[in-house]
Design a protein around this ligand. Structure first.
Ligand code: TEU
Ligand code: CA
Length: 564
């Protein structure tokens, strides 16, 4: 057996200076013409990730799964779904990635399993089956669920099993029964799965829906439940204390709680994915679109930057497989597609934290307007069905899907202008975005003004400027409604990041001392009097004098003066 200790990046906190690339395997690269991305496909693209400058890959689930939720319904955590390849392919991927200094982060779905998991298959056999208590059951009569907890993907969170006279709890789709974390045997099983993958040379884990594992279903407390941090601390001391990266998905986290999750004594996690900024352009539900409130977005991101500086650690992301494409959402996928995609890159990569780039984000891939039949996501179909049943206008439902539906981020990776964007020789499982002949990796890799080059340059710049990794953060002009500007400061180095969210020219005055500063990166050539549409840049000045402290007056100086 291969030992993970020798392979794992030895340095504690190695992930603080790393940049991760998220792969949604189904849509990344197909190698055998079945229209579905796979592990061998990923192996053929490792050089691409290396040329971008990534240090690691977050691989969305590739475990055995009936795919009710694209692999987030796992039926065997220790086996690779044949659709993606074999265990040998996985071992080869880990090895080939290692040769290119790319670490592998696996995505563990531990809040729930698939109904087809052996544990659940056993659990439904009888109330005294040893696996029954692996899930959350409540007695009841058909048609009257124990309470009105709702599932995230629509409908009641309770599903009746007539043969048992019991309901099981599912926070997500009914195909995803929740594990009973209060059962120590369940927790031990899960830690063992982590040990299994560490032994194969995996360097870290993304823990899916982690903020709901400590739930109390009877009191209807789901996220941030009473046992949440106790379970995380136990898991951490069992399997993460050796420097393994652990990033928890936590939709419910706020800054104070994130300090607990990511505190620097290492008793919990390396970092979390938090989503406070994700709500700035949404109404009551995610499906309700509101204009982007930039002032609020700045306030939120600034509070995370200053709130975790020195006490915890941030992750930085603008996209993932559950979110729409950022250039379509907060940028401009029309005339200013290139500039706005690069502006968003500069915004993200200038902050403190560990950046995650979602596949295709580095190309400025855009949202895609599918008709309902072309949509693949269980959440979209459930939403549409429920909307129709409630008498909503189908056209409005589709507008919502186009704005925020998860399939926007799941279209195949756009490699080149050949058939199916070079993703597959066969029929892709989900349609390719028709803009692939112009937006693709091949067209961008050698173009210094491309979105790809911008991400590649930013990764290089971060690595050679400690101020970008560890400097403190100050938001400038908090009330400016179109420009997001901030300072990063470390020792005598100061970086100014300026990002315009406007499709017009905007006035912006450089802060003192930056007139002759060095340009680290910019999405336009040269500088102009005003900010051009979606203009963004990073300026560096060295030898910056410490800001004169206004108060309190320094006691020693006063003493000296008196002595004089
Ligand atoms: O997401 C957890 C989660 O809360 C999301 O489902 C989120 O609420 C939703 O995407 C909003 O539209 C994770 C995974 O990232 C997601 O892909 C899975 O579907 C989900 O868990 C269930 O495993
Ligand atoms: Ca395939």
């Amino acid at each position: 057996m291969e030992s993970y200790d020798t392979k794992r990046p030895a340095r504690k906190g190695w992930w603080k200076s790393a940049v991760f690339y998220q792969i949604y395997p189904k849509s990344f690269q197909d190698s055998n013409g079945d229209g579905i991305g796979d592990l061998n496909g990923i192996i053929t693209r490792l050089d691409y990730l290396q040329s971008l400058g990534a240090d690691g890959i977050w691989l969305c689930p590739v475990f055995c799964s009936p795919q009710a939720d694209n692999g987030y319904d796992v039926s065997d955590y220790r086996a690779i779904d044949p659709m993606f390849g074999s265990m040998e392919d996985m071992e080869r991927l880990i090895q080939e990635a290692g040769k290119r200094n790319l670490s592998i982060i696996l995505d563990l779905v531990f809040n729930h399993t698939s109904r087809e998991h052996f544990w659940f298959q056993e659990a439904v056999k009888s109330r005294d089956n040893p696996y029954h208590e692996y899930y959350i059951w409540r007695d009841g009569k058909e048609g009257t669920p124990p309470n009105d907890c709702e599932a995230i993907f629509g409908g009641s969170a309770w599903e009746y099993v007539p043969s048992l006279g019991q309901y099981y709890f599912h926070q997500f789709a009914r195909e995803q029964p929740d594990l009973n974390w209060s059962n120590p045997a369940v927790r031990e099983q899960l830690y063992d799965i982590i040990r299994y993958w560490k032994n194969k040379g995996v360097d870290g884990f993304r823990l899916d829906a982690l903020d709901v594992i400590g739930k109390d279903v009877d009191r209807q407390i789901i996220a941030r439940g009473p046992n949440l941090h106790r379970y995380i601390q136990e898991m951490s001391s069992e399997v993460f204390s050796d420097g393994t990266l652990a990033v928890g998905e936590a939709w419910s986290a706020d800054v104070p709680e994130a300090r607990e999750y990511t505190n620097s004594d290492g008793s919990e996690l390396s970092m979390i994915f938090q989503f406070e900024q994700n709500f700035v352009d949404q109404g009551e539900t995610k499906w309700e679109k509101k204009p982007l409130d930039l002032v609020r977005l700045k306030k939120i991101l600034a509070s995370w930057q200053t709130g975790l500086h020195g006490t915890g650690w941030n992750s930085l992301f603008l996209e993932n497989h559950d979110l729409p494409r950022i250039v379509s959402r907060w940028g401009n996928d029309g005339p200013f597609w290139n500039q706005s995609a690069r502006m968003l890159a500069i915004l993200q990569m200038g902050m403190e934290g560990t950046p995650y780039i979602f596949q295709g984000q580095e190309l400025g891939m855009t949202n895609c307007r599918f008709c309902l039949e072309e949509c693949r996501d269980v959440e979209i179909h459930n939403f549409y069905k429920a909307g129709l049943a409630a008498g909503k206008d189908p056209a409005e439902l589709m507008e919502a899907v186009w704005f925020i539906g998860r399939d926007n981020g799941r279209t195949p990776m756009q490699w080149d202008a050949s058939k199916n964007a070079g993703f597959t020789e066969g029929t892709p499982w989900i349609c390719v975005n028709p803009n692939y002949p112009s937006i693709n990796a091949h067209a961008q890799m050698d173009d210094p003004d491309s979105v790809f080059s911008c991400y590649r340059d930013l990764i290089r710049i971060r690595k050679s400027h400690p101020v970008l990794l560890n400097g403190d953060f100050e938001l400038l002009e908090p009330d400016n409604e179109t420009v997001f500007a901030y300072l990063r400061r470390l020792g005598d180095q100061e970086v100014l990041v300026v990002c315009s969210f406007s499709a017009q020219n905007e006035a912006f005055e450089l802060p003192d001392g930056f007139e002759d500063a060095q340009t680290l990166i910019s999405n336009y050539r040269g500088r102009s009097q005003t900010l051009r549409p979606y203009e963004a840049f990073m300026l560096l000045r060295t030898g910056a004098e410490k800001q004169p402290k206004k108060e309190p007056a320094e006691p020693e100086i006063i003493k000296d003066r008196k002595a004089d």
